[in-house]
Design a protein around this ligand. Structure first.
Ligand code: THU
Length: 142
């Protein structure tokens, strides 16, 4: 197991109160540390037309791209979640967000931290969460 990043976990927890989650009642906060050392946060943003909602990880990645542009790369990720009544919810990045993280990850060994249902804080490498991840082989001229 890789080491968690306490500052990143605290940032993910601090932002989840901002979530717009009137449908699920689940507030999720995500924080990513860029290779440049900056921390970017995001929360989930739901929509009455349900498929239009954004996950917290997607919001944090959008903030990172807005902040650093083409050079943005992710060195570490943390996620936290709470129900509206303040109780902790075990969470891990959904399948789609694992691929979103992969798009910007420095490599497959970056740590991803999240609270799990056994009460433990998990810190896994991205490759453990998303083995055999999809990577587009760009074919110029087509
Ligand atoms: N959610 C996230 O923001 N990140 C995850 O990794 C899992 C799920 C959000 C989506 C939705 O707004 C709410 O949690 C309930 O599914």
């Amino acid at each position: 197991m890789t080491r968690p990043d306490p500052e990143l976990l605290a940032a993910a927890h601090a932002v989840l109160i901002q979530a717009h989650a009137p449908y699920s009642g689940l507030r999720v906060g995500a924080a990513v540390r860029s290779a440049a050392g900056e921390v970017y946060v995001g929360c989930n943003v739901e929509n009455a037309a349900f498929p239009l909602g954004n996950c917290a990880e997607a919001s944090a990645i959008a903030a990172g791209v807005a902040g650093e542009g083409q050079g943005f790369r992710i060195a570490a990720v943390a996620v936290q979640a709470e129900h509206a009544d303040g109780t902790l919810q075990p969470v891990s990045p959904c399948g789609g967000c694992r691929q979103r993280i992969r798009e910007f990850a420095v490599d497959g060994a970056i740590p991803v931290s999240f609270p799990w249902s056994d009460g433990a804080l998990k810190t896994l490498q991205l490759d453990e969460l998303l083995p055999y991840s999809f990577e587009l082989q760009v074919r110029p001229g087509r």
